[in-house]
Design a protein around this ligand. Sequence first.
Ligand code: DNO
Length: 349
Amino acid sequence: MKMTFRWFGEDDKVTLDEIRQIPVIDGIVTALSTPPGEAWEEKDIMRLKKTINDKNLEFEVVESVPVHEDIKLGAPSRDRYIDNYTKTIKRLGKAGVKVICYNFMPVFDWMRSDLHSKNEDDSISLAYDNDIVNKLNPLNLSDDLNLPAWDKTIGKERMKELLNIYKDFTEDRFFDNLKYFLDRIIPAAEESGVKMAIHPDDPPWSIYGLPRIIGNKDNLRRFLSLYESEHNGVTFCVGSFGSTDKNNLYDMIEIAKGRIHFVHMRNVLITGEKSFRETAHPSKCGSLDMYKILKTLYDNGFDCYIRPDHGRQIWSESGNRVGYGLYDRALGAMYLYGLMEAIIKGGKE
Ligand code: DNO
């Protein structure tokens, strides 16, 4: 198992020098800021790799290569964007990247309703309340919320158009578009030694009537069967799947056995139906049993990349991307590493 840490590149307030001092980190998870739909240039990939390797850190996981909206829509222009995506996979494979995390969420990536929710100890967490989200106007969201993964190039007019087009989308049609994409990219991933790892919808339910299809056990099974290959795999984001108690994470791990290539570990406190808040990583802080989840992953053969996911804002840290400060994620990494060491050595000493 390799412990990784997400870094947003040179303009990230958290630096590689800081990350490398967290004693358990093997590698960096990052991406280029190339606009969605364009192929990543080989020289840019190699420069990024060198920057990371120069700090004695590995560059084996990319998060994310974004999927252009026309691919999700199944628009006639999709083939051009898929060709570019394939080029990027091949170039990343050549640079030694082993796993690419991506998602197939329409229009928005992850979503929260509150980015500054105060905890009783004065730390700050991200929170989600479906009633609040439903009251927000999706067209004005980027004025109110600034989530790091959102495609800032989608203007209000385009957003309006997209929400309209997706209104008539069935889940089946969305799955068909995903299959079309997988049929074309997975052979390239196989050739390049890269494992594709889809990130679940976060939260794992539909918002604003948009189809969101990677959120529960049945859909996970359906996704895996779209293309039977180890290279068509999953990023098991514990906090995304785990934000509803309707999901049995242990069953889901078994369903995806052998196809989980990357794990995002974070804890959430489920506060109601379709509402939750993010907490510190340890089991006692939220609704999820982190030990049992890691143990189930391990028992099902998981031996790939893992990273602490969002952290709270603590110790007066500021200026970082929401959820991606240094301190709480570093605490998370240490905790997760401790759990893993105990699980791996358990019973053997
Ligand atoms: C949020 C992240 C997601 C993730 C993408 C992967 O913190 O986990 O934005 O990077 O969905 O494509």
